[in-house]
Ligand binder design. Sequence first.
Ligand code: TNX
Length: 511
Amino acid sequence: MLASAAIVMTVACSSEPTDLSKANIIPKPVSITPAGGSFTLTQRSDIYVRGDSPEILQIGQYLADRLNPATGFGLEVKTTGKDIVRGKILLALTENDPSLGDEGYELVITDKSVKLTAAKPAGLFYGVQTLRQLLPARIEMDTLQEGPWNIATGTIRDYPSYGYRGAMRDVARHFFGVDDIKIFIDQMAAYKMNVLHMHLSDDQGWRIEIKSWPNLTAHGGRTEVGGGEGGFYTQEQYSEIVKYAQDRFITIIPEIDMPGHTMAALASYPELNAKGSDTALYTGTEVGFSSLATHKEITYKFVGDVVRELSALTPGPWFHIGGDESHSTKIEDYIPFVNRVQDTVAAYGKQVLGWDEIALSTLKPNTAVQYWAKAENAVKGVAQGAKVLMSPCKYAYIDMKYDSTSLFGYNWAGYIEVDDGYNWDPASLVPEIKKENIIGIESPLWAETISNRAEAEYLLFPRLLGYAEIGWTPKELRSWDDYKVRLANHGERMNAMGISFYPSKRVEWFK
Ligand code: TNX
């Protein structure tokens, strides 16, 4: 008895992983078939790419850049026409496996080679993320680490449940600069998330340069909650974020919140006010007091210019028009405003996303509704044929506190401990909203209570990993008991990635 327990212990603690089914992958893959052996990454394991499309070469280079700092191997990216390259990692697009879809991949690891195939480049990129997680956590360090670098052998076939796996960053309440956003994009990519919604304007600040309305940033970008100095992205900086995200298969969705949540714009251009004018900037945290003048033609000129300039910088299909908490806009003014703005967005070639209140208007055929507060609104959207983006505040609001002791965050929608954030299913939360009505899930990080990267990460991590898994992994494969063990193992990995996560007591973190 004792002897066999000792053997089990040694195997479990061994640095040579041989059981691929025990790999702590988040989000959990659709299928894992272990083969019982081990592949060793060495100095000679260069990355081979079949074909020479620049996109695949770039993914190969991305992988090399992830592996080289910690291993010190200096792996290079080379092209090949072959199907298997002994001792090496091979990345290849394949036309023979359409069941993988646009984002799926197959990873075949033998003791001699690693072969990653996908129908599309996005699939290769996600396969690369899985490969990273199969290596010891110290692979994420940016300084030289000890080997060995072993991977268990077997086959992983994997693809996502939802096409939209998003997060939202509020850069209006507190401004976060380009570098912070790039780091966040890298973190999202590691967990196969593919949409970053940027809340670019609110009462407390206007954060994107609009050349035809320069005072929006010159005045409206000058402060933030609490009176700090605020800031904004120039159009060049915004484009830099878009490109950085694109290289990581992440779509940026810009949001200009209207007709409410507009004090920064109203203070910058008095003519946008319904009556009177107030140029004072707002640094508090109340909501629902501001509104664009929905009866004035100048308002529609303003909206048209903003949508035109921002759409031209945004390759993704969506433009988010906000539409939430317009408590100081009469409903009989709100509805025609939202109807008209939908036409404006369509005129500049984009599809409308809006918070669930927009379902009170007449939705255009391809407008989608982001369910955050009122299920009845989202259901009204579905009744009009609209798709729904699931961000139910009780489960997915990543700015909610974990519990009463949390250092940051709100609790108006309740406390969301790590298990609460994980234990829900988008397709069975509201009976009238079925899987076929849902484009995906998004967790919004509102920023009234956080003002720097460490504070943001405290709320984001580890909950973001759970949202990534809900978006990717089929419901049947999701269970908290299984997830919490994988998450516990990710503690070390998040540390190696430089993420300041909240060490929830509901997880037995491995030290
Ligand atoms: C509600 S969610 C808001 C935001 C706040 C957030 C704080 C939504 C569409 N509106 O304006 O920042 O609560 O948790």
